[in-house]
Each structure stands twice: as structure tokens, then as C-alpha cells.
Write a protein that binds this ligand. Structure first.
Ligand code: GLU
Length: 443
């Protein structure tokens, strides 16, 4: 058996969306599972559309995902070799220079066409099974626009053979290209690699995932604060599963478990909500230190951030959500609130004037009696009886007590519950904030 060699062969003609990298993930996992090599080949033969910044973005994305290549190539570096083999095919009569009648401005007067031998061509796709094409339908297709401009079908066949690629693992949209490529391969007397065409990836509306219909570039997910281990985990499950109940797997576990035989034929759906929930799982696995480091919360006082991380871990699905929480709902942890009198009184029943003030005074005494470091649960046990007593009176209910307390502590309509606020702010800061609110309410 020849060694396993797979490749990821993106064209740097735009920012690749996250689904495009599923091909890289599968090719990498399969190569590493088989102790083989993973090649990255930048297919930049379309000089007009290929841009160095897109190539840089691809390299950045692969490095970030943690999929290092054993070898990297740039297709344009193989021009001389492509030309040599084109000349060989022309010399043998398998291809010919064809005179064309230009149909549109810019069309060539001469191209290189492949002499179609006709007949049926079959191959066994590792995932899809037997596929047969009547090649006569393809006509004498173009393999180069000039001797220095091979088209994709030609370049891909030559490079795969020269790089000893054993398994062509690529998107299902390339199935229809395979017959042309195999004809070229046979004419050049190259060995036939195994083909594995991956299931298509759809968006939530069941359209093919595409940048045009809003699919995000992979690096946008990085910028949103998705963890690479989460995105990798999510992409690995787009059309594959380990055959057991595992949903969360590290790169190492994926390498160990990955088999092409478990790749499904049917399409897979890229669901951002699911991706976010996988990311939340991985964010919750991080230690507090790792969470702070990876979340880059540098502008906030580290001691307070440390205390808030468990809250963030509970709620935030991405680091950008975590940052939004710090600057929004959780901003009350970092600045002294200036509560508004009318809002402090907002939940006071009309027939109980003065209740908010009495409640705050009673709770203040309870807060001042708390020991130094307390959990939200302990605070709740200490304060809840006052709210329950109000509830029993059946007028404003617990809210008439808890609202002014929470609002006094946060100065915000939305914030964590008052017990959590007190536990994190500490008794001293909490009592100062409550006293301030009582002063605002006046005598
Ligand atoms: N360069 C091609 C693309 O971007 C992939 C070629 C292949 O995998 O065979 O779709």
C-alpha cells in the first residue's frame, strides 16, 4: 500500500467561508489517522482573480484551526511542468491546438482541447459508490487557454500526481469534474487516486452554503471569539460522526476516530446556533485563567473579571458575547451606579408609599451583617425572607423588595440578580450603593 497523502487545494480568489474548511478538516483528519501526509496547495492559476491577501487569509485560517501542512505548494510555481505535459499530450495526439472563432471580446483564437475518446468512464467514489459518466457528452473539452495557461482540470491532475496524492478528498460539487480529470490522468499514464467527494453543506434555509447568501468567512468566526477547537469540532461533524454518542472531541480524539467510511452521502447543514453551542461547551472547559487570557478582557480590572468569569461561562456563547456582557449588563460591576429616583420607586404599590425605602433599609442591615466573602446562595438565604414576607402580604410581591435592591446595586434595568450582585461586589461596596439609593429616596 502506498502511503496516504491528502491535500486541501483552495483557490485564493476570495475569503473562504467556514464550510470550505470542512474539506481541509476531513483531509487532515484522514491523513493523520492513516499516518499519512497532508498537503496544502494554493491553486492560484487564475492570475486575474487570485489575490495574495486571500492566500494569506487561507494560511492564517489553517494555522489558527491547528491544521499544519506537511508540504505546501503554490500551483503557479508548476507552470513549466504543466507546459511540458501539455506539449507531451499534443505530441502524442491526445490533445490538439484548436482554432476558435471568438464569440466575445477577450476570447482566444487558439486553445488546447483534449481529444475525447468517448465511451463510459467509471470510478468508485469512497463515499458515493460507483459513478459512471458517458464521456462523449463532454466533447473535446478545453484543457489550456495557451501553453502557459492550463485550466484547472489539467493543473489539478498534474499536481496531484506529482505530489503523490493518494486520496482526493474534496467538495461534492467537484464530482462532475472528475470524469474530465480522469481522462487527462489516463492520457498522461498517471496512477488513479481514490476519490472521496464530501457531502454538500447547506445553510439553514437548505440552500448551498455560500458567501453570496451570507456565509461568514472562517476568520470572521475567529474575530467573533469562537475557539478554534470548537470550530474544528463543529466542522468535523458536518457530514461525519464517530458512531457513538460523543459530540465534543479534541483534535487528537478526532484523528483517532476519523474514518472515511463514516462520512455520510447526504448533505449536512451549517447551523450557526449549533456552532455557538459547541463553542459554549469549549469555553466552559477553560480554566478561569485561560478564559481571561483567551477572552482578552485587558481593559477591565482583573480581580473583578476573575469573579465574573463563572457568570460569563454560564451565559456567553462566544467571546464577543462575553465582551458585550462586560460592557452592557455586567458594566455595573465596574462603575458606581447613579440610580434614578422614579425607577427606584417603579415597583412600589400605590397603597404602600415608602415601601422601597423601608425595604432598602431593612436589606441594608442584612447586607451589613453578612460575613466577608459570601456566595450568591448565602446572600439569597439571608435576604429572601424579607422578600417572602412581602409576597405573603400579597400586594407588590417579592418584586417590590427585590427590584429596588437590584436597581440600587446596578443602576440598570437589566443586570444579574441582586444576590449575585452582592456576592460579587462584596458587602462593603453593596452597602455603599444601597445607602446611596436610600439617600436619593430621601426622608
Ligand atoms: N481549487 C479547487 C477549489 O477551490 C479545488 C480543487 C480540488 O480539490 O480538486 O474548489
Amino acid at each position: 500500500m502506498s502511503p496516504v497523502v491528502t491535500r486541501f487545494a483552495p483557490s485564493p480568489t476570495g475569503l473562504l467561508h467556514a464550510g470550505n474548511y470542512r474539506t481541509a478538516v476531513f483531509a487532515y483528519l484522514f491523513a493523520k489517522h492513516s499516518d499519512g501526509k497532508f498537503i496544502v496547495r494554493i491553486e492560484d492559476t487564475d492570475a486575474a482573480r487570485s489575490k495574495p491577501e486571500y492566500e494569506a487569509n487561507i494560511r492564517e485560517a489553517l494555522a489558527w484551526l491547528g491544521l499544519p501542512a506537511d508540504e505546501t505548494y503554490r500551483q503557479s510555481e508548476h507552470r513549466a511542468r504543466h507546459r511540458e505535459l501539455l506539449e507531451q499530450l499534443i505530441a502524442s495526439g491526445a490533445a490538439y491546438v484548436s482554432k476558435e472563432t471568438p464569440q466575445a471580446p477577450g476570447d482566444r483564437e487558439e486553445v488546447v482541447r483534449f481529444r475525447n475518446p468517448g465511451g463510459a468512464l467509471s470510478f468508485t467514489d469512497v463515499i458515493r459508490g460507483r459513478i459512471t459518466t458517458d464521456v462523449a457528452d463532454l466533447g473535446d473539452f478545453i484543457i489550456a487557454r495557451s501553453l502557459d495557461e492550463p485550466v484547472f482540470h489539467f493543473a489539478v491532475v498534474v499536481d496531484d500526481a506529482d505530489e503523490r496524492v493518494s486520496h482526493v478528498i474534496r467538495g461534492g460539487d467537484h464530482i462532475s469534474n472528475t470524469a474530465r480529470q480522469m481522462l487527462i490522468q489516463r492520457a498522461l499514464d498517471f496512477p488513479e487516486p481514490l476519490y472521496a467527494h464530501l457531502p454538500l453543506i447547506m445553510d439553514r434555509t437548505h440552500k448551498k452554503l455560500s458567501k453570496r447568501t451570507g456565509a461568514k468567512a472562517l476568520t470572521e468566526y475567529r474575530d467573533l471569539g469562537i475557539l478554534p477547537e470548537a470550530l474544528l469540532n463543529y466542522l468535523a461533524f458536518l457530514g461525519w460522526n464517530p458512531g457513538d454518542r460523543r459530540e465534543y472531541m479534541t483534535l487528537e480524539e478526532l484523528v483517532r476516530a476519523f474514518e472515511l467510511s463514516r462520512v455520510q452521502k447526504g448533505s449536512a447543514v451549517f447551523d450557526e446556533v449549533k456552532l455557538f453551542s459547541v463553542n459554549q461547551h469549549w469555553m466552559r472547559q477553560l480554566s478561569i485563567d485561560a478564559y481571561i487570557e483567551r477572552g482578552k478582557f485587558d481593559e477591565y480590572p482583573p480581580d473583578m473579571v476573575r469573579k465574573i468569569v463563572p457568570l460569563l461561562q454560564e451565559r456567553a456563547r462566544t467571546f464577543s458575547e462575553a465582551r458585550e456582557m462586560l460592557s452592557g449588563e455586567f458594566s455595573c460591576f465596574f462603575r458606581t451606579p447613579s440610580p434614578d429616583r422614579a425607577k427606584l420607586l417603579a415597583k412600589e404599590p400605590p397603597d404602600r408609599p415608602g415601601l422601597a425605602r423601608i425595604a432598602l433599609k431593612t436589606l441594608l442591615a442584612a447586607v451589613e451583617a453578612l460575613p466577608g466573602e459570601v456566595s450568591a446562595e448565602t446572600v439569597k438565604q439571608a435576604l429572601m425572607p424579607f422578600a417572602d414576607a412581602e409576597e405573603a402580604k400579597g400586594k407588590g410581591g417579592r418584586g417590590s423588595v427585590l427590584w429596588p435592591l437590584r436597581y440600587a446595586l446596578s443602576g440598570q434595568e437589566r443586570s444579574p440578580d441582586p444576590f449575585t450582585l452582592i456576592a460579587l461586589l462584596g458587602a462593603r461596596e453593596s452597602s455603599a450603593r444601597i445607602q446611596n439609593a436610600i439617600a436619593i429616596l430621601g426622608e
